[in-house]
Design a protein around this ligand. Structure first.
Ligand SMILES: Cc1cc2nc3c(=O)[nH]c(=O)nc-3n(C[C@H](O)[C@H](O)[C@H](O)COP(=O)(O)OP(=O)(O)OC[C@H]3O[C@@H](n4cnc5c(N)ncnc54)[C@H](O)[C@@H]3O)c2cc1C
Length: 607
């Protein structure tokens, strides 16, 4: 076993895997260190079963009790699934609205080879051109609900334009394996690398006609499209994956929140890493936790990790790429700074590491549709519209940035999901719905199932969150993980304009459902809302963990260079979602992947 590589990548998810894929193809030696296990597909294990347990949402293990006396939800009950850390071992702590610290599983994606892409919904939208230049875009504009001009002061353009990123979007779409349509998307495409979408679930017809009507009434006349989804519907020679004779069988509703035993969902293991697994230059070490980086002058000269037996090991590389997902990457860099004075002096040359942590403004509306539909035959989303991401809409509403709207076909599709998620948001509210919903017994339960099952349709938005320095990741001063290291402390709030944006966008989602093919609106639409209204709104992250190490042109105003190199280091790069200075008006993973392919080109040029 060698311990010297061209590149060591820490984390095998959206930010890490594209680097390995491209560098190995270019003949470089790459080691991935991944904290989680490899959970393979049915064919990968060759036993007719995959390593997934279908408990990614609902654990089949015993209920546990939180044992952290210093936090406000000490003694709460929780489950943890086999793809998450146990929060007794390694919690994320957030400051709740009462100003107390609480433990949460929020802010973890999945701790497994492939990271969050193993259990993601696969919605793979590009950001718009405006999303990458929100500072320039807002120059001279009137923005509502921002009395102190926070937005104009804090927002930054990306140091990379849409034009520069576009070829890498195309590369990611081709190599990852994504189905969808380009027509009606308000973004420029140099190539159409999408596979054919599968047929839409009939319940989504209401979202489709509602989106058409929304475009008309807003005066944009922008039409919906089939959203890009990271599920292959045709054979994918680049990854060697073959679809079943009837590709429609991919529609199981087990896409969002579950691992895919068939490997049709394009997580980074099946799409980018498995194809290179036998290459001489590639190695992946699973169940290995990187604990810190050691440095000399401007070079990281050792990556220190615990092997599966818990024994400390070190590796060295010309280039070190950190891609642990934003919170854990910031934590790893801060933990390294605590242990290594040189690292500390360089990474903290300016005080920005951890600041401008971002997630998304998100929320939506839902309605009970006429008829009952078999929603178990669905992928995550069937239709999307960019009608609320264009300048005329933003000017009309006084918004600083836009948002994508799409319907969630698979929401509440499975009884399992229905029960687990009824009014639940995360650990903090797991039993909330059932405990407070006293009608959920006997006839009440039957009525609930009768009304909801196969009938509820939700429409969601995903919008930019205002970047603020006070929204940040720190090391918690007292709570430690099972290894005795400080855990990540997530401190964030919603800006007044975020709340305004969420209200505006939730209203548009409500309108989609109200207009949805039915002028008399004879189906009940629940009032829409933004996540800021939730009980635990300060913990919520839409599973989108971004910012905290933003890239930029100015080394005094950013943590990373435009190539995602840590300023003041020669060989340290960060490529997970933490590089983003703004969070984009859409789900972020495709952009993380595209950016990693871009950084990979830069690294090939260096090595
Ligand atoms: C249920 C769910 C649904 C989602 N749906 C969508 C969607 O539809 N569309 C979308 O765009 N996004 C979606 N996301 C978000 C998506 O998963 C993330 O945006 C994406 O995975 C982030 O990429 P990343 O590289 O930043 O981190 P990740 O992909 O999470 O990769 C980080 C990896 O680093 C490993 N790691 C962490 N610390 C260490 C360490 N110290 N040592 C070694 N390894 C370490 C982790 O185990 C993990 O494998 C969803 C997420 C979830 C959880």
């Amino acid at each position: 076993m060698t311990n010297q590589y061209n590149v060591v990548v820490i984390g095998s998810g959206a930010g890490g895997a594209p680097i390995a894929n491209k560098l190995v193809a270019a003949g470089k030696s790459v080691l991935i260190l991944e904290k989680g296990p490899l959970i393979d597909t049915q064919s990968g294990l060759g036993q007719g079963v995959s390593g997934f347990k279908r408990d990614e949402l609902l654990s089949d293990g015993p209920e546990k009790i939180l044992n952290l006396p210093s936090v406000s939800n000490h003694l709460s009950s929780y489950y943890h699934s086999h793809v998450e850390p146990d929060i007794n071992d390694e919690p994320h702590i957030y400051r709740n609205k009462s100003g107390n610290d609480s433990a949460t599983i929020e802010g973890y994606t999945a701790q497994v080879v492939g990271g969050g892409t193993q259990i993601y919904g696969g919605v793979s939208l590009r950001f718009t051109e405006i999303d990458l230049e929100l500072k320039s875009f807002n120059d001279g504009r009137v923005i509502k609900s921002d009395p102190n001009d926070d937005i104009k002061r804090e927002v930054r353009d990306w140091p990379v334009s849409y034009h520069q990123l576009e070829p890498y979007y195309a590369e990611a779409e081709e190599k990852v394996g994504i189905n969808g349509t380009t027509a009606n998307q308000q973004k420029r495409f140099s190539q159409n690398n999408y596979q054919q979408p599968l047929s839409a679930n009939p319940i989504s017809q209401y979202a489709h006609s509602g989106m058409i009507e929304l475009g008309k009434r807003l005066g944009t006349n922008i039409l919906p499209y089939r959203p890009p989804l990271a599920v292959i519907t045709q054979d994918h020679p680049l990854s060697g994956r073959v679809v079943p004779t009837n590709p429609e069988t991919a529609k199981t509703s087990y896409v969002n929140r579950y691992g895919d035993p068939l490997g049709l969902k394009s997580n980074t293991w099946v799409s980018l890493l498995k194809p290179i697994k036998d290459e001489a230059g590639f190695e992946i070490r699973c169940n290995c936790v990187v604990t810190h980086l050691n440095s000399t002058a401007d070079r990281v000269d050792e990556v220190v990790y615990l092997d599966p037996a818990g024994v400390e090991q070190t590796v060295t590389a010309d280039i070190v790429v950190v891609a642990c997902s934003a919170i854990e990457s910031v934590r790893l860099l801060k933990l390294s700074a605590v242990l290594d004075a040189n690292f500390n002096q360089r990474i903290n040359q300016n005080p920005l590491l951890g600041k401008y942590f971002l997630t998304h403004c998100f929320g939506g509306a839902s309605a009970i549709m006429p008829g009952r539909f078999d929603k178990s035959i669905a992928l995550d989303a069937d239709y999307a519209t960019d009608t609320c991401a264009v300048r005329s809409f933003l000017d009309d509403k006084g918004l600083w940035a836009g948002a994508a709207i799409y319907n969630n076909t698979s929401d509440s599709a499975l009884p399992l999901a229905l029960f687990r998620t009824h009014q639940a948001q995360d650990l903090d509210t797991l039993w909330h719905g059932f405990m407070n919903d006293l009608d959920m017994v006997g006839e009440g339960m039957i009525d609930f199932l009768d009304n909801e099952f196969g009938r509820r349709l939700s429409v969601s938005f995903m919008g930019n969150q205002v970047p603020l320095p006070d929204n940040r990741i720190e090391l918690h001063p007292t709570v430690k993980d099972k290894l005795g290291r400080p855990v990540a402390y997530v401190i964030k709030s919603w800006h007044q304009h975020d709340r305004y944006l969420m209200d505006v966008m939730a209203e548009q989602c409500t309108n989609v459902l109200r207009y949805g093919g039915n002028d008399s609106h004879d189906f009940p639409v629940s009032p829409g809302g933004g996540i800021y209204q939730a009980d635990n709104a300060l913990a919520r992250m839409a599973n989108h963990i971004l910012g905290g190490a933003r890239f930029g042109d100015d080394e005094a105003d950013s943590v990373l260079s435009p190539d995602c190199r840590a300023w003041y280091f020669d060989n340290l790069y960060v490529t997970d979602g933490s590089f983003m200075p703004t969070s984009g008006g859409a789900n972020p993973t495709l952009t993380i992947q595209a950016n990693s392919f871009r950084v990979a080109d830069h690294l090939i040029g260096r090595l």
